[in-house]
Ligand binder design. Structure first.
Ligand SMILES: Cc1ncc(C[n+]2csc(CCOP(=O)(O)OP(=O)(O)O)c2C)c(N)n1
Ligand SMILES: [Mg+2]
Length: 738
């Protein structure tokens, strides 16, 4: 661990002392260029503020006060080589990396040609694929874990270069649509504000980066405020450097971020530490915020003039100008010429941007999902392999758990970009125990990943810290680089810390970057109840919360063969997938099957008609399928009512055609699901049927689901809460009477 501290009160004039005459290695030309970029950045902010007041743009977020540290990072790191997760105040960094002012104004006007998002995101939400600037969002801090994953992805590719290859003969999969690049000594930069350092994801990211000795530079741009909250009310002790100093493997810098020369030195040292493979670095840059938080904020409400004037004395733009004059690098005339040049450039850029065309309204649903690989297409429809029984003996059918494990194994053999991680998914983190055959290995609390670490090594299958946001956030960063993380969330009940990453990042990255980036992660989750003692926190469903998210595919198989076929399609697809595995079905005797082979796939959005019938349609999925079958068979036996049972198995997309065809035949529908009744998944299905198939109905659309409460521990209560075959039987009997 190394720490370099530059006094934040350091006056830039100190740079004229003999010792730092080399300006930390920056040439006079580079210093002039740095000033030009800083000045440009500030003037873009001023221009935008004017345009906002004239209602020609719709939002403004300034980078004022953060120019020096941004330019320093941009000069110390390599555009299109290193990777960047900048936050909204990093305008100067983006300019230093090569973004043009015109591109920034295109963002402001929301133009179709805005390279960051095509008018989908606010300005200052940077995304420039060719420069390796990865699409940013508005939640402060959700970029940090992804940066860690990005660095992990780069390291993995450097260690497995053949993973980047796309086998010519392969059935199409996501790899065809990803250009994968990496550098052995690349660095990932990520920045955040002082306030954002309070987010839990920041600490999860520091921990993961330190554990993995990953080449990430965390830059905390500390302007002393998070909107109106001052740093001493935000950070215990008022200084983030002090709090993070215990993390091992880090190089720390605390620097005056209004001084471009000192900041450049800090970034040079930080980058060297990372490039040499010694671990991550954190640059804590003290900056200022000369304008209010945003145009919606008036800082005079909580900051007195005296404090604002004190800040103004450290303004990086004026200080750098003074520095150039004092050092004799530019004279008054030179400064004037440079500033006039910039003004003319910006005027031309604004004029052009104001002429730019807006995006077409018809384009709004473009890039919610992959435009290249349609998961519902027949490419993903392959037959199960023919069974061969050399000794004439049929092998015992396998459980869902067995087939998921076998599918993961075969896909890992086929595609070296697949990495598996999560809590307890490895066989044994202390690998030497496995090597010495002292232990057999665990492979997941439900043993779904058993044997994979032993077979594929611990850089492809590994345990993570107990941090769900980190699991999904790191996976998202890796997938952005072209890997295929297949991660596990141990229990659906504990997916919630990852919700920000799933809802605001994973699912929306393709859309918000206008197809500039994508991250087709598979998240496997053990879900559901009927466990006899599972109680509130090991029985939850809640799939509709995820089917409500555009951009996320949601699957919920009810039997072993479907699980294998759908998981394979999920892994090969180009979209993020939530793969829900019902715990109760893992080892159930219902739905066992022989392994359908290493190429067996089922397209998404195709339901399975479990049994055909003419009197009533029962639509369900997951663990309700065997219960529904039981109820339907009893109803036919006892009352001669023939039920068509549809197992949706794919919840988003879902198979409307099969539903509509069945309802046209039976004219009666029951929708059943294990989740709580109100606002559940079946509510949408029922509403669509009522809306679009009204003419076909002879009876009301009915639902059977869990009571609107929590799943209790005591089995008598659990039975009363979750839908039982008896409930399904009674509802169907009632509908059949219409
Ligand atoms: C997760 C999240 N919570 C709240 C907000 C609203 N918000 C936007 S910026 C901000 C303050 C951020 O302060 P800081 O991290 O210090 O960055 P600064 O704006 O000062 O550079 C807040 C609370 C948000 N965008 N995201
Ligand atoms: Mg701040």
């Amino acid at each position: 661990m190394a720490t370099t501290k530059t006094d934040p009160k350091l006056n830039v004039t100190a740079a004229s002392s003999k010792k730092v005459k080399f300006y930390e290695g920056l040439t006079r030309e580079q210093l002039i260029q740095a000033y030009r970029l800083m000045y440009t950045s500030r003037r873009i902010d001023d221009r935008e503020i004017l345009l906002k007041r004239q209602q020609k743009i719709f939002f403004q977020m300034s980078g004022a006060g953060h120019e020096a540290v941004g330019v320093a990072a941009g000069l110390a790191l390599r555009s299109g080589y290193d990777w960047f997760y900048p936050y909204y105040r990093d305008r100067a960094l983006c300019l230093a990396l090569g973004v043009q002012p015109y591109d920034m104004f295109l963002q402001g006007v929301g133009a179709a040609d805005d390279p960051s998002s095509g008018g989908r995101q606010m300005p200052s939400h940077w995304s420039y694929p060719s420069l390796h600037v990865v699409t940013q969002s508005s939640p402060t801090g959700s970029q940090i874990l992804q940066a860690v994953g990005c660095a992990e992805g780069g390291r993995y590719l450097a260690d497995h270069p053949q993973a980047a290859e796309i086998p010519a003969s392969a059935t199409p999969d996501y790899r065809r649509f990803k250009t994968v690049t990496w550098q052995k000594d690349e660095v990932t930069y990520v920045s955040l504000g002082d306030g954002t350092s309070s987010e839990g994801e920041f600490w999860e990211a520091l921990n993961a980066a330190a554990l993995g000795k990953l080449p990430v530079i965390f830059c905390v741009e500390d302007n002393g405020y998070a909107i109106s909250v001052p740093v001493e009310a935000q950070t215990a002790g008022g200084n983030i450097s002090r709090l993070v100093s215990g993390f091992p493997n880090f190089h720390f810098e605390e620097v005056d971020g209004t001084d471009p020369v000192a900041s450049y030195g800090a970034f040079q040292r930080a980058a060297r530490h990372c490039r040499e493979g010694l671990g991550p670095a954190l640059v804590h840059a003290h900056v200022i915020r000369p304008y209010s938080h945003s145009l919606s904020d008036d800082e005079r409400l909580y900051r007195p003039d005296v404090e604002r004037e004190r800040d103004a004395q450290r303004d990086p733009v004026t200080r750098t100008q003074m520095f150039l004059l004092r050092e004799g690098i530019l004279d008054d005339k030179g400064i004037n010429r440079l500033e006039k040049d910039v003004e003319a450039e910006l005027q031309a850029a604004v004029d052009r941007a104001l002429e730019a065309l807006p995006p077409a309204p018809e384009s709004v649903t473009q890039f919610v999902y992959s435009p290249d690989l349609d998961v519902t297409s027949s490419i993903f429809e392959t037959p199960p392999a023919a069974e061969s029984h050399p000794e004439g003996k049929k092998p015992a059918p396998k459980t869902m758990a067995d087939l998921i494990n076998a599918t993961l194994r075969d896909e890992m053999k086929r595609d070296e970009r697949i990495v598996i991680f999560g809590e307890d998914v490895a066989d044994c983190s202390r690998e030497e125990y496995l090597k010495q055959k002292l232990v057999k290995g665990k492979g997941g609390v439900f043993k779904l990943t058993f044997g994979l670490q032993s077979e594929f090594g611990n850089d492809r299958v590994f345990n993570t810290p107990l941090a769900e946001a980190a699991i999904v956030g790191r996976a998202t960063g890796m997938a952005t680089r072209g890997l295929k993380p297949v991660v596990e969330i141990q229990f659906f009940d504990y997916i919630w810390p990852a919700m920000m990453q799933i809802r605001d990042e994973l699912s929306v990255i393709r859309w918000r970057s206008n197809n500039g980036f994508s991250c087709p992660v598979v998240i496997r989750v053990a879900i559901g109840g009927y466990l006899t003692g599972g109680a509130i926190y090991h029985s939850q469903c809640g799939e509709s919360i995820f089917t409500h998210i555009p951009g996320l595919r949601v699957l919920f198989p009810s039997n072993a063969q479907d699980a294998a076929g759908l998981l394979r399609t999920a892994i090969r697809s180009d979209d993020p997938v939530l793969f829900l595995e019902h715990k109760r079905l893992y080892r159930e005797s219902y739905g066992r099957a022989p392994y359908p082979g290493a190429e067996y796939m089922i397209p998404f959005g195709k339901a399975k008609v479990v049994q055909a019938g003419s009197d009533l349609t029962l639509i369900t999925y997951g663990a309700v399928v065997p219960r529904a079958l039981q109820a339907a068979q009893k109803l036919e036996r006892e009352q001669g009512v023939r039920v068509e049972l549809i197992d949706l198995r794919s919840l988003n997309p879902f198979d409307w055609e099969t539903i509509a065809a069945s309802v046209a035949k039976t004219n009666r529908v029951l929708v059943a699901y294990e989740d709580t009744l109100s606002w559940g998944y079946g509510a949408e299905i029922a509403a669509r049927i009522a809306d679009q198939l009204f003419d076909q109905l002879d009876a009301p659309v009915r639902r059977v689901a869990a009571k609107d409460t929590y799943v209790a521990y005591q089995p008598i209560l659990e039975d009363a809460i979750l839908p039982q075959p008896k409930d399904l039987y009674l509802a169907m009997q009632d509908l059949a009477k219409y």
